[in-house]
Write a protein that binds this ligand. Structure first.
Ligand code: ADP
Length: 207
């Protein structure tokens, strides 16, 4: 299996790139979706959060994210406790999803904080969607209706564009039009991703 890590700063176009992969038959595991799934009602991680942080983090059987953030990010120890609950649950669910795709040639893992968490060695290829922070800010405010100060804060808390590019095997520039982006994607898909997938298949006897 060829494992591709897909990342980019908030608003860069990861979802856009993920859709282009899916349109070409490549399954995408979305780490944001996984992070939500593991705290759905009935999941062990939700129980563990309630035991550690108290009843107030669950409302009507569902996780109250704002309340959890308010309680869990006050000090380093609480933050560590939160991570100690979330990380193993996310890792386990992610491993299950990869295992379900065992017969598939290529799988994409969409991870917003791949660079921040130094996860590049987990993948055969890292694809970075790159857009200058100022353009991302504009898109987040104009197209996604985000508050400008909030969007700016989120961008500042993430890795810089250069840090992200330094771990990239493939950089897709999404500062132009969506059509230009798709052309570039197609070019990288044919010239880098498909050959790497063929090579990965060739190195697995019996596939
Ligand atoms: P991410 O998943 O990386 O946060 P999205 O794929 O959701 O980013 O893109 C952020 C916003 O920018 C969305 O509203 C999307 O429709 C828009 N967008 C993506 N690519 C372009 C582009 N090339 N030109 C203009 N808007 C774009």
């Amino acid at each position: 299996m060829l494992k591709i890590g897909l990342t980019g700063g908030i608003g860069a176009g990861k979802s856009t790139a993920a859709a282009l992969f899916r349109a070409r038959g490549v399954p995408v595991i979305d780490s944001d979706v996984v992070a939500r799934e593991v705290v759905e009602p009935g999941q062990p991680a939700l129980r563990a959060l309630r035991e550690r942080f108290g009843e107030s983090v669950v409302k009507d059987g569902e996780l109250d994210r704002a309340e959890l953030a308010r309680i869990a990010f006050v000090d380093a120890e609480s933050t560590r406790a939160l991570n100690d609950i979330m990380h193993p649950a996310i890792a386990q669910r992610t491993a299950e999803l990869f295992a379900e795709q065992a017969g598939t040639g290529t799988v994409v893992h969409d991870v917003p904080l791949l660079a921040e968490n130094s996860m590049e060695d987990d993948y055969d290829l890292v694809v970075v969607v790159d857009v200058p922070a100022e353009v991302r800010l504009q898109r987040l405010v104009q197209l996604r209706g985000m508050d400008e100060a909030d969007a700016r804060q989120r961008i500042l808390r993430q890795a810089s564009d250069d840090q992200r590019k330094s771990i990239a095997d493939v950089v897709l520039d999404n500062s132009g039009t969506p059509e230009e982006f798709e052309e570039q994607f197609e070019e990288a898909f044919q010239s880098v991703i498909q050959p790497a997938a063929r090579k990965a298949r060739g190195s697995q006897p019996g596939r």
